[in-house]
Design a protein around this ligand. Sequence first.
Ligand code: GRF
Length: 208
Amino acid sequence: MLRTVVLVSGGGTNLQAIIDRIGDGTLKDVEIACVLSNNPGAYALTRAKNAGIPALCLSPKDYETRERFNEALLRKLQELSPDLIVLAGFLVAIPEAVIRAFPMKIINIHPSLIPSFCGKGYYGLKVHEKALERGVKVTGATVHFVDEGMDSGPIILQKAVEIPDGITPQELQQKVMKEAEWLILPRAISLIAQGRVVLSGKTTRIAP
Ligand code: GRF
């Protein structure tokens, strides 16, 4: 059983996709041990509770300094002892100490085809605004391992999404979630649970 902890900040539709795939049996041998949010108002926490999954909030606002928050986050994650940490719309920069403590055990979903529209400042709606500004005809989503850089870790899965003329950033965000994110995030977790994601340096391959 792959013991996962899912980190969230907002609506939690990606979390819901994971819960649903575990529920319908597509995602086997995976359990969500805990959902952790930095934002007490995150609807993702309600989704976790509705599914009977332990949910907790660790807000930077409750700590005197960012260092104290980072230490608390690391302690909590070590206590939970996950095999895999899933960043599903987690808007907090992952402290280096956490990345060092869980090497290649943290994955993130990013709403573009990395290396396009990623890195510093590319989060949320911004990613889709920039894609539309540039006029690309295809975008998508990427699941990747988290390393010390920003959206720079080994790519696990990607899925492309076509951009129709005249679409708004909000509509594109929904389209990318529906056609790519909600599919490839549970699929990547499943591949990891099956031991099929093979790392070689900065890249991965999917074992048959
Ligand atoms: C998604 O677009 C994800 O790619 C990004 O944040 C958003 C989270 O949405 N990292 P949700 O909270 O899963 O609904």
